[in-house]
Design a binder for this molecule. Structure first.
Ligand SMILES: Nc1ncnc2c1ncn2[C@@H]1O[C@H](COP(=O)(O)OP(=O)(O)O)[C@@H](O)[C@H]1O
Ligand SMILES: N[C@@H](CC(=O)OP(=O)(O)O)C(=O)O
Length: 782
């Protein structure tokens, strides 16, 4: 079975709780034979670098303080994670290692890479032993026994053999990231951030199928999500852009991470160890993802100009200073961007061939498609000018633009740049399922409406789905000629194919608009949510499903930050859901919802005046297309019962259909049997209705079919759908035939209720209501 390599960075191992969380991820995501690559816990490598610096500076006090700091951190982790016996053993091993470090320091025989290696050695040992303590067959491995370099080059064949020999058992291997050895068995490191590279190298050596880089963000974002809250998480980015970001020093992936994956089909993803359910970012091969926009920032760099750079020299320098160095050429001259604290080392190596052009630079780079970069550079220059940020140097390349500045690009400025340069490019793929009466009108209205939305968001209709066939075009369907495209390109499909195609869509956001009359389609919602789709429903199936299923759906949406709109499921285009949401947002508490929520029943009750029988009115309504194909569906009241349930859930009540009392607008006996049988017994309906009608008249009231929901002081709920005799002067009595009405009482609207009234059916208003959902979805995503 294909193996998977999981890499946990320092950010995922910053405390004992984080080790426990990582162990849980391992237990649920790894099988024997997989490998876990770990970095040093938290900022341990930074502390080890400081330790090395104090050693070099002969700062004895500083050295012992930092060593104590490291000891305390490790001991704390060990004490929090282990029971008595392994705890004692691990503490004593740690103690021995620290004594050896102290001895080497005294004897002046410390070795930089060997010292830095401790971070990874400690974390692999702790995680490996902790997994063993949990009963998982795990073994920690020192990668210096697996990865050998000669003159800076990895010995791939030999390393592959070492991996095959040493990682062959059915256990989980916890391998140190960042470190390797040379042919003389000296420790070497792969450069700061290098554990990502260790993970992909190992994946290549063991023929793994995938690498998961687990970190503290949900994936790769348009900019650092810690600095800009509105940073966009990309579901897919291409390898070339990931590589460019890394070369520009972005920490989310190491610069060499992608090289072992060249010419392989090994999948790479970046995902969150803090939010395991969140969808990751896939780093895909060229051609599988569009170019995205990014802003990556720089801190404290020096810009140096170099004469006659030799081949491979930059990577040697980068190795020397343990940091990626960005290199570019402009007007025939070669420039390097060096972390300021390493400039003197670099200048020393390049003796006489390099000079500092600008020092102590901050700044950022915009990464985008080559077609956009010139325009983005101009825009960025204007924005910086408006923000009074002085640019000391800039450079435009094919796929990025560099701005090097005096002052740090703080979060506020970064947010402005992001908003103007990146967010403008935001995109939404729209899948429309169900092309019946309403669906067709919706698509027709899309021509105008999508064009309007495109002024704010890149909205594209990518799929039209009927029950048997679908038209799927990831780059967008031309809305003015969709029928023709349907004729030529639509195909039969299975639900699995539909979900897979939706999963493959490389868009920042996706929405599935369900205008079907199919309950089976709503069963797909959980899978659609798993593919990160927002939902718009025009029918009532999911909204009235069993509480447990419904609650789970809502939780799933919440966890993934997805929206579900269903404005037209009650009252078609009438803004009833808005009204309820708005009242509640303003702090109101809704106590009553009464009304007529069925256009058919509204028309029947309001039109009946005794001049013709009720059943002939029903048949007339059927002929005009006002009713369901079998009008008993309307007369049963079930449709109104469902709508009342949706409204009840909208005001936060946990109800099921069975909690809403239902009294049909026909004798119970007529509900059974075929439509033809019903027709032969239609007089029974007439007698039933006439009796009710007369009783209402006798009480000087009028007969209406209503829904009512009352939340009592005690918190108890009374909900009913059925026949009601209402005052002749009331709004419900005076309803225009066919209209819906919602009478809402709340704390703010207690004596004089809030009334919403108007057509509650009809394909144009319903389609327009779905457009309203789409519009608001875009506003929420902006
Ligand atoms: N575009 C980006 N997308 C995601 N994270 C980013 C981005 N730019 C910068 N970062 C930063 O990268 C950090 C992850 O890198 P790093 O700290 O090296 O993680 P790890 O320790 O897991 O290797 C995040 O905490 C985030 O602040
Ligand atoms: N511990 C090393 C290697 C590494 O890759 O770390 P991280 O995965 O936390 O970026 C460093 O800090 O550079």
């Amino acid at each position: 079975m294909a193996k998977v390599v999981h890499k946990f960075g320092g950010s995922s191992l910053s405390s004992a709780e984080r080790y426990q969380a990582v162990a849980q991820i391992v237990l649920s995501h790894c099988r024997a034979g997989d490998c876990v690559v770990v970095s040093a816990a938290g900022k341990t490598t930074n502390t080890l670098v400081k330790l090395w610096q104090s050693y070099q500076q002969d700062d004895i006090q500083g050295f012992s303080d930092i060593l104590l700091q490291l000891e305390n951190h490790q001991a704390e982790l060990i004490k929090a994670l282990f029971q008595a016996q392994p705890q004692r053993q691990l503490l004593s091993q740690l103690d021995t290692e620290l004594q050896v470090i102290t001895l080497h320091a005294k004897q002046k025989t410390l070795h930089e890479a060997a010292l830095l290696a401790h971070g990874e050695l400690w974390s692999a040992r702790i995680l490996g032993c902790y997994l063993t303590q949990l009963g998982f067959a795990a073994r920690h491995v020192d990668a210096r026994r697996l990865f050998t370099l000669h003159q800076g080059q990895l010995l791939h064949q030999q390393n592959k053999r070492s991996c095959a020999e040493q990682l062959s058992e059915r256990v989980l291997y916890v391998v140190t990231g960042f470190i390797a050895s040379d042919v003389a068995n000296n420790t070497v490191t792969l450069g700061r951030n290098g554990s990502d590279y260790s993970a992909t190298l190992l994946a290549n050596y063991i023929d793994a199928s995938a690498v998961s880089i687990w970190t503290d963000t949900q994936g790769v974002f348009s900019t650092d999500p810690r600095k800009v809250a509105s940073a966009i998480k990309y579901p897919k980015i291409c390898r070339a852009q990931a590589h460019l970001l890394a070369r520009l020093g972005n920490p989310v992936l190491h610069a060499k991470t992608l090289s072992p994956l060249k010419h392989t089909n090994i999948k790479l993803q970046v995902r969150s160890s803090f939010d395991v359910e969140a969808t990751p970012t896939e780093i895909v091969k060229e051609g599988y993802s569009k170019a995205k926009r990014f802003i990556t920032t720089f801190d404290d760099l020096d810009l140096i100009r170099v004469d006659a750079l030799a081949q491979g020299e930059v990577s040697e320098l980068s190795h020397l200073i343990q940091h990626s160095i960005h290199q570019f050429t402009t007007k025939g001259e070669a420039f390097l961007l060096i972390p300021a604290q390493s400039t003197h080392r670099v200048l020393k190596v390049l003796s006489g061939r390099a000079n500092i052009v600008e020092s102590a630079l901050q700044g950022f780079a915009i990464v985008a498609s080559s077609a956009d970069i010139a325009q983005l550079q101009t825009l960025a220059a204007q924005l910086l000018n408006e923000q009074n940020v002085v640019v000391r140097f800039n450079h435009q390349d094919k796929e990025y633009a560099l701005f090097l500045t005096d002052q740090a690009i703080d979060s506020d400025v970064l947010a402005i740049l992001h908003d103007q340069l990146v967010s403008k490019d935001r995109e939404l793929a729209v899948v429309i399922a169900g092309l019946g009466n309403v669906g067709e009108v919706f698509v027709q209205q899309c021509q105008h409406q999508v064009a309007r939305l495109q002024q704010q968001f890149d909205v594209k209709v990518v799929a039209l789905v009927r029950s048997k066939k679908m038209l799927f075009s990831a780059n967008g369907i031309a809305l003015n000629t969709w029928q023709q495209q349907w004729e030529n390109e639509s195909n039969t499909y299975s639900n699995e194919e539909l979900i897979e195609r939706i999963g493959e869509l490389d868009y920042e956001h996706k929405v599935v608009i369900d205008i079907t009359a199919s309950e089976a389609f709503s069963d797909l919602y959980p899978q659609l949510i798993n593919q990160d789709c927002h939902l718009i429903s025009a029918n009532k199936y999911a909204g009235t499903a069993q509480s447990a299923w419904y609650q789970q759906l809502c939780e799933q949406l919440f966890e993934r930050n997805l929206y579900w709109r269903y404005n037209t499921s009650v009252g078609a285009g009438l803004p009833i859901n808005f009204a309820l949401a708005d009242l509640q947002h303003s702090g109101d508490r809704i106590t009553h919802i009464d009304g007529v929520f069925s256009g058919t029943l509204s028309w029947l009750c309001s039109s009946f005046d005794g001049s013709q029988t009720f059943s002939s009115l029903v048949l007339e309504a059927q002929k005009m297309g006002y009713t369901e194909p079998d009008p008993r569906e309307d007369l049963s009241g079930r449709d109104m019962q469902r709508k009342l349930l949706i409204l009840a859930r909208d005001i936060g009540l946990t109800l099921d259909l069975a909690d809403i009392e239902l009294e049909p607008l026909m004798p119970q006996e007529l509900a059974q049997g075929s439509w033809d049988e019903f027709l032969t017994r239609r007089e029974e309906l007439d007698v039933f209705y006439e009796q009710q009608y007369q009783s209402a008249l006798a009480q000087e009231k009028v007969l209406r079919y209503t829904g009512s929901l009352h939340v009592l002081e005690s918190g108890k709920v009374k909900a009913k759908v059925g026949i009601a005799f209402v005052d002749k002067s009331s709004a419900i009595a005076n309803l225009t035939p066919g209209d819906n009405i919602f009478v809402i009482k709340s704390v703010w609207y207690e004596l004089n209720p809030l009334v919403l009234q108007g057509p509650g059916a009809g394909k144009e208003v319903t389609a327009a209501g779905i457009h309203s959902d789409l519009y608001w979805l875009v506003q929420m995503l902006k």
